[in-house]
Ligand binder design. Structure first.
Ligand SMILES: Cc1ncc(COP(=O)(O)O)c(C=O)c1O
Length: 461
């Protein structure tokens, strides 16, 4: 029998060593997959098992060159948070406890932790207390759940039971979304059978936010089932759609408004940034991530729905052996498209309890301030342009007003390893994307990263 205690202490030590060094490793240098395959003993599964400690050590050694220091303070790719200490520790507990967090019966503790964490998320974001909620694997799944609830509600009003009858023969649904809708929301539309090419695109402003006048014009006169997909936090610019007028125009014609706020919804926790999301609480459903700006380990998303009945109708599952919880809301599987699942809300509970309301606001404010600092540092250099208004934590940078040069600088920055930033195309122009989303990033990290980016832009790496 393996000595479990010894193995876990060993892994804890090695994990701590990793985290102790994470700020000083090259952040995400490109590496050939074949090098990793070789280091990880790629080949047929060995006929016989190996000693667990040997396996773990081989995994650590083999994976190390391909690890990306996204848990460190200078990873600015995609929208990636690190892991707050309390959240990381809670995740270790989640693994050790190994609860099947699908129902109250299968884990009373996981259910109640999830209930409290869900309430705290609604509180800190100012979402309606009575909204139903669930923890998912991420915003893509949360979008899917919100859209499934929307589909239920708008079709039920048209006399169609979509859960029973599916979509074949159903009344048509108008789907409207901003021209800058995130790819994952389109994917979610495909998952719920509504299709992504059917979406009517609402024109956006220069930052990618829906134009309220265009939304109102397109919605006017709508009489049948309709869903509007709004966005809080454009993945390139951070722009937030004007939620209040969109919701007003949509509700005037009976349309459902789903808000994809994967990272941007967290801005609602900050008194400084909340005005950007004015009207948020009047939407019908909300999708977001905890593994982004709340800085809990992967994977963890959150969905809330104002119309509990619609939510429940879309996600419920019944079977004789599934004994209901003694109180409503204590069975997580009622609100998400999963049965067996990990107790991922434990990390959210720990993160929110360790931060408190003011800590969440401060985390949001700090990341936004640091994003502006980065924009100011880079924008002051000749030949470097900031393409967006830095309203949240996203910065778009272009070098020498040239696509090829911009892509070359991005590649150099990645190779340099001081920090990591990816690329995108914005309004037809190649750009570097910088997303400041980690609790661990400091002013010094921004300055050190800006220096490295400037060096690379001058060909001085
Ligand atoms: C606006 C928006 N929606 C959805 C997603 C997808 O989130 P996830 O990767 O957690 O599924 C993202 C990811 O960046 C996003 O920015």
């Amino acid at each position: 029998m393996p000595d479990t205690a010894e193995l876990l202490r060993h892994v804890a030590e090695r994990s701590i060593d990793y985290l102790d060094g994470v700020a000083e490793r090259a952040v995400g240098r490109p590496i050939a997959a074949d090098r990793l395959r070789a280091g990880l003993a790629d080949g047929p599964l060995p006929a016989h098992g190996e000693d667990p400690r040997g396996v773990v050590d081989a995994l650590i050694a083999g994976a190390d060159p391909g690890l990306v220091a996204s848990a460190g303070p200078r990873y600015f790719g995609f929208v990636v948070g690190g892991s707050l200490p309390a959240a990381l520790a809670a995740d270790w507990l989640t693994c050790a406890w190994d609860q099947n967090a699908f129902s109250y019966i299968s884990s009373p503790a996981a259910s109640v932790v999830e209930e409290i964490a869900g309430r705290w998320v609604r509180e800190v974001l100012g979402l309606p207390a009575e909204a139903s909620a669930g923890f998912t694997t991420g915003a893509t799944t949360s979008n899917m759940v919100g859209l499934a609830a929307a589909r239920h509600a708008v079709l039920a009003r048209a006399g169609w039971d979509v859960e029973a009858n599916g979509l074949i023969g159903a009344p048509p649904i108008r789907i409207l979304a901003g021209d800058e809708v995130h790819a994952s929301a389109l994917q979610a539309l495909r998952f719920v059978g509504l299709g992504s090419e059917t979406v009517e695109r609402i024109p956006v402003d220069g930052q990618g936010a829906i134009r309220a006048d265009a939304a109102a014009e397109m919605l006017a006169g709508t009489s049948g089932p309709a869903i509007v997909l709004a966005q809080a936090g454009n993945v390139n610019t951070g722009a937030v759609d004007p939620l209040a007028p969109i919701i007003e125009a949509a509700h005037a014609v009976g349309a459902w408004v789903h808000v994809d706020g994967a990272f941007g919804l967290w801005a609602a926790a900050s008194p400084t940034y909340r005005p950007l999301l004015a009207g948020l609480e009047r939407a019908n459903s909300w999708a977001m991530d905890c593994h982004k700006w709340l800085n809990v380990p992967y994977d963890c998303g959150f969905v809330a729905v104002a119309d509990r009945e619609a939510h429940y109708a879309a996600t419920r599952m019944t079977a004789a052996y599934l004994v209901p919880a003694p109180e409503s809301d204590l069975d997580p599987f009622d609100w998400i498209p999963e049965a067996s699942r990990r107790g991922r809300a434990t990390t959210v509970y720990a993160a929110l309890r360790s931060l408190g309301r003011d800590g969440v606001a401060e985390l949001v404010d700090r990341c936004c301030t640091l994003a502006r600092r980065m924009a100011d540092r880079l924008g002051a250099e000749e030949g470097i342009a900031i393409l967006n208004e830095v309203m949240l934590n996203q910065v778009l940078v272009r070098f020498a007003d040239d696509d090829e040069r911009t892509r070359a600088v991005i590649a150099d920055v990645q190779e340099d390893g001081t920090c990591w930033a990816g690329g995108t195309t914005w309004h037809g122009l190649a750009a570097m994307r910088i997303s400041v989303s980690s609790w661990a990033t400091t002013e010094a990290d921004i300055d050190r990263s800006a220096d490295a980016i400037i060096r690379c832009s001058q060909g001085l790496r």
